[in-house]
Design a protein around this ligand. Structure first.
Ligand SMILES: Cc1ncc(COP(=O)(O)O)c(C=O)c1O
Length: 397
């Protein structure tokens, strides 16, 4: 194993800052583009190449209904980014309220933020001046005692961020008990919403997927389906930022949302939606595609795990996740994350800034580093991990 100065002298650069698909993964969806010129874009009475169908083409809505495990009537299929949908939902709540509630602006609004979590969720809150309350992320999901306590006591708690499956960055899949406790929440605020960001809903690394209880269905059984916005996209199924994102919500929420959406949009990119629906077909079709992604990603995750296991056996100040899906390994080095990220960066290996996985960039233990192994090839990844390990050893000396 090379030491830090030897690795630095190699003058290599590896970017591990974001969970992007690797180039070979992007090739998987190229047949979709090849088929695109010959497709029939007429969808019943509507022509996908023309204006109309604000909720998206029926085939794309059916595809996502199948992925979500729900009904097409509750799905709106939109453009390339689920993040922009989440931003828009909050922007609308800020300006107009939700289903007749008072607008959130000019009032105190708080969101519960399981942490470590997704930095861009936190960035949306910061942009709108929403106060973020960190919630401890446990092995089975967020600390539900804390969530129940805050949601039922405080009218200004309007939302909670959740990445329920192969969570970013911990890889946690929420347990049945956690999902059931979400379904049983009794919020003080009538316009409280669970932002169920199911970004990794079909992103298993192994044949054996870890099942997630269907929160929307549980809420619907209790007549509480207004409480959830479920979101997903094909960003890591076909092309990042150039796919289809979709929203599953109650009919009341859809009506409310479309009232605002129709002011800025006549319809989403339906040509792209037809291409996607034709290529992916249904949830089973998506699972076949995802096996190809997993075959590329799995060796990278396994290399990361093996190298960390070898390097830090018996080291109590270090811990790391071994995810079964998603895009990240969550690495913890007590009190040293900032220093390690800086050291690695000086040696050419770039991670997301330490602290990014916490609201306001405040990691109380300065411990968490998000490892995104997808982009580098195996040689680059080995170099990156050697550099991370050497940086950790140096910081812990
Ligand atoms: C949890 C989570 N949500 C949303 C996104 C962004 O998705 P999209 O490309 O659909 O905007 C990501 C991307 O890394 C993510 O990790």
């Amino acid at each position: 194993m090379k030491d830090y100065s030897e690795l630095k002298a190699m003058n290599k650069t590896v970017d591990m800052t974001r969970g992007r698909p690797a180039k070979e993964q992007l090739e998987i969806a190229m047949p979709m583009l090849e088929a695109a010129g010959k497709l029939d874009y007429r969808c019943g009475a509507q022509d996908a190449r023309n204006y109309g169908d604000l909720k998206g083409v029926p085939a794309a809505r059916r595809l996502f209904a199948d992925i979500f495990g729900g009904d097409e009537k509750n799905v709106v299929a939109l453009d390339g980014s689920s993040l922009s949908i989440m931003y828009e939902l909050i922007c609308c709540a800020m300006h107009f309220g939700i289903m007749g509630s008072k607008a959130w602006r000019d009032r105190e609004v708080k969101f519960l933020c399981p942490a470590p979590g997704y930095d861009r969720h936190f960035a949306i809150c910061e942009a709108f001046g929403i106060k973020m309350i960190p919630i401890k992320m446990l092995e089975c999901g967020p600390d539900m005692d804390e969530i129940e306590r805050l949601v039922s006591a405080d009218e200004s708690v309007k939302g909670v961020w959740c990445v329920p499956k192969y969570s970013n960055p911990t890889g946690v899949v929420f347990s049945d008990e956690v999902v059931e406790r979400f379904a049983a929440l009794t919020p003080k605020a009538e316009d409280f919403r669970i932002f169920w960001d199911n970004a990794y809903i079909v992103h298993a690394l192994y044949d054996e997927d870890i099942p997630l209880k269907n929160l929307y269905n549980l809420l619907e059984e209790r007549g509480k389906q207004d409480m959830i916005y479920e979101i997903a996209s094909t960003s890591k199924i076909t092309f990042a930022g150039s796919g289809v994102a979709a929203l599953r919500m109650s009919e009341g929420n859809i009506e409310d949302f479309l009232r605002h959406l129709k002011v800025r949009l006549i319809n989403p990119n339906k040509v792209n939606q037809v291409m996607h629906a034709n290529f992916l077909k249904d949830a089973a079709g998506v699972r076949e595609i995802m096996k190809k992604h997993a075959a590329i990603l799995r060796p990278k995750f396994e290399l990361v795990n093996e190298m960390l296991q070898d390097a830090f056996k018996g080291e109590e100040r270090v811990s790391f996740s071994k995810p079964k899906g998603g895009y990240f390994v969550s690495f913890n080095v007590q009190g040293k994350a900032k220093e390690v990220v800086q050291l690695a960066s000086r040696a050419g290996v770039h991670f997301t800034a330490a602290g990014s996985t916490y609201p306001y960039f405040f990691d109380p233990n300065d411990a968490n580093i998000r490892i995104a192994p997808s982009v580098p090839d195996m040689d680059e990844l080995e170099f990156a991990m050697q550099t991370l390990i050497a940086s950790v050893r140096m910081a812990l000396k």
